[in-house]
Ligand binder design. Structure first.
Ligand code: TXE
Length: 484
């Protein structure tokens, strides 16, 4: 890949510069250097995309399921054929280890597309018989034009997670990837052309929230918004769309509890909960950043977790041996460090990490942080209540199941949790009573694309995944036929 990349929008099947020629710098987090430009699109570009989407949508919706299946599968095949190039781009753009991009981000992007290409061919809807009187059936029709807005932490993975079900269901899509990590969405646009996706069916507009995200969410022809990002942005989108009754799916932040009981398999639990805390530099909405450990094994667990954190190989994300890369931006690095300072002010003890990590050579100005483990904070501390979204976790002891549950639920967020115990009944009880959308027992981030994905409380509304996503991207219409 060339050193400098000028990204283009994808409108009506063509790659093009933003109409007003406004650009943002694209910065490589591992080096702190500018390596390209990103269009900062605005309402003019949006009008062009809406026009293209309107012209394309009905024909796309009328395309046979088999034809949609074939086109989407071609796209998935092209992702696989270009996986090395995409993984390198993701790693450069985001700072994540290239090994992670190769193992997770890129394979998952093609899996998303294949999954929904197949799922739409299996999509069925209900029928309600009324005895001798009538029969009802539910039609599920595409919505029209929908917006898909995705974040920077898993760029191509979450971008495809949204647009695949939207396209499979017969909608035209206007997608806005994060302006912080736009590169793989741009490369994906090129693959859409190669795959023969009809023009206008997918349009990709790059730029910031205020410049293009705002106009996109409020546009009269956009019927639904699927959004993943920060809770405050989600609240804003809900407010500005309230009057127009747009359909919303909001996947927002998390502050996920990890509950470790004395009867767990300690060695496995340390390794997996360490991964849950620090994978992708802690920048996954599902990361377990509040760890609660039964007092009997607290000291042994903490010792093991610190050892795990210190064992992670921090380095150039493009080095295949690197396990822990850069965080996404300088602003984000400063935000995470501010929380570390806050932890110290609030009486927390930093057991390991807590600082910027300096490397030599190519990455000497990169935004690297050390995996950080903090103890000694109470649950009401802002460090335990606010989403940090970085490689920082806290550990607190508890005595019994009741206390563990109370601590887990003492949060505004409700996305995910993990429970580590060999007591099956306890695991079921906790799974029932914990206030969150996803519960993992003796595992973390095991994903089956058929399952409902999303959170409660400040973690959002709606669910993605499987049939939930296909239902979100379609309008149910009941048809009642009298037997006469
Ligand atoms: O998110 P934003 P940011 C959390 C995490 C992080 C914080 C802020 O705590 O530190 O959010 O990250 C677009 N109308 N998560 O600032 O701003 C934006 O351009 C329409 C958790 O990056 O919410 C981007 O494409 N769109 C999360 C997307 O929204 C707007 C992952 C997300 O950006 C907009 C990312 C507007 N007014 C951050 N303003 C997770 N749950 O995985 C911004 N955007």
């Amino acid at each position: 890949m060339s050193r400098s990349v000028d990204i283009q929008n994808y409108i009506n099947g063509e790659l093009m510069a933003p109409f007003n020629e406004h650009y943002l710098d694209n910065i490589e987090p591992a080096t702190g250097q500018i390596y390209g430009r990103i269009p900062n699109s605005d309402a003019t570009d949006l009008e062009m995309a809406v026009k293209a989407a309107r012209a394309a949508q009905k024909k796309w919706a009328a395309t046979s399921l088999d034809a949609r299946f074939q086109i989407l599968n071609r796209l998935a095949d092209l992702i696989d054929a270009n996986s090395d190039r995409l993984a390198e781009a993701e790693s450069r753009d985001n700072g994540k280890p290239i090994a992670l991009a190769r193992q997770v981000d890129i394979p998952r992007a093609s899996a998303n597309i294949r999954f929904f290409a197949q799922a739409i061919t299996q999509f069925a809807s209900e029928s309600h018989a009324m005895g001798e009187i009538a029969i009802n059936y539910t039609l599920r029709q595409p919505l029209g034009i929908v917006a898909c807005i995705s974040p920077w932490n898993l760029p191509l993975y979450l971008f495809t997670w949204k647009i695949a079900p939207a396209l499979a269901a017969g909608n035209a899509v206007i997608a806005k990837p994060s302006e912080v990590t736009p590169l793989t969405a741009y490369l994906f646009s090129q693959l859409c052309i190669e795959a023969g996706l009809p023009k206008g069916v997918l349009n990709v507009l790059h730029g910031t929230g205020p410049s293009i995200g705002g106009p996109l969410t409020t546009h009269e022809h956009v019927k639904a918004i699927s959004f993943t990002g920060g809770t405050s942005t989600g609240q804003h989108i809900r407010q500005v769309t309230a009057k127009s009754f747009k359909k919303l799916s909001l996947e927002l932040g998390g502050k996920n509890p990890t509950l470790v009981f004395a009867d767990c398999d300690l060695e496995k639990t340390i390794a997996e909960t360490g991964r849950a805390a620090f994978a992708n530099q802690g920048q996954i909405c599902l990361c377990g950043s509040r760890i609660y450990v039964q007092r009997k094994i607290y000291d042994a667990y903490v010792k093991g977790l610190v050892k795990y954190a210190e064992s992670l190989r921090i380095g150039d994300p493009l080095d295949t041996e690197t396990q822990f890369g850069a965080v996404v931006s300088e602003t984000h690095m400063e935000k995470v460090l501010k929380y570390v300072d806050m932890a110290v002010e609030q009486g927390g003890k930093i057991l390991t990490g807590g600082s910027r990590h300096l490397l030599q050579g190519r990455c000497e100005s990169g935004y690297f942080l050390q995996p950080t483990v903090i103890t000694g904070l109470n649950n009401s501390s802002s460090v335990n209540q606010e989403e940090i979204f970085g490689p920082v976790c806290t550990v607190q002891p508890f005595d019994d199941e009741k206390e563990a549950l109370a601590l887990a639920n003492d949060s505004n967020y409700g996305l995910a949790c993990s429970i580590w115990s060999s007591d099956v009944q306890r695991c079921h009880r906790l799974a029932r009573d914990i206030e969150c959308g996803i519960v993992w027992v003796n595992c973390w981030l095991q994903r089956d694309l058929r399952t409902p994905f999303g959170g409660m409380k400040a973690s959002g509304i709606g669910r993605e995944g499987g049939v939930e996503a296909l239902r979100f991207f379609t309008e149910p219409k009941n048809v009642c036929i009298s037997y006469g």
